[in-house]
Design a protein around this ligand. Sequence first.
Ligand code: FE2
Length: 255
Amino acid sequence: MPLQIDQFMCRSDNFGVLVHDPDTGETAVIDAPEERPILEAVERTGWRPTLLLVTHHHADHVEANLALKERFGLAIVGPAAEADRIPGIDRKVGEGDRIAFAGRDIEVIETPGHTAGHVSYHFPRDRLAFTADTLFALGCGRLFEGKPATMLASLKKLAALPLDTVIYCGHEYTQSNARFALSVDPTNSALKERAKEIDALRAGGRPTLPTRLDVEMATNPFLRWHDPVIRRNLGMEDASDEAVFAEIRKRKDVF
Ligand SMILES: [Fe+2]
């Protein structure tokens, strides 16, 4: 049977996610932003967590690590590069490592830029990826601990995944990301259409995530550094990928 996923809000705009395999009963938690909503999701679904996959050290991703470990005795996996800042970490992982979960392998992709050690988790068999604060719907994470080139290299790795990969992200930022995306890519009809759908979802109090890689490739300016129209809008037709990406990121920081 396919994996089952429960996505729910934590704090103000963080997503919590449980990934459950009905065949084995195993359940993975993706990041631990806040204890109470995670416990409510466990209660609601009846899925007892066995594994916690941590993407990066920020407090809004690790706050409930120790509480979940104490309650469920789950194993905590997190980035080796920032292991000293991941409470309760049991296994330190990096690029290409594989984590056994419910009879399949989860693949670790190092995606630094937002933090220096940020990792994403890819479930190749299930066409799923959890990109936390690296790739957002219509956006990408702020560069707190990386240069534009670092984040661009991370996004290029994610862009190379199969196009039908379903993407879960760390925050519900999509509506404001859409406004920014339209400012650099105002004539993109797929983006205009998507912005309307996002407004409708948010007006109904519904999440805009997950997204899909092909949708992001067509509409997310942070994956479209190569696009001639965006380049023309920025006056950067002949610039490098890195320069175009850096300019888009810089504009978003002050948008
Ligand atoms: Fe973060």
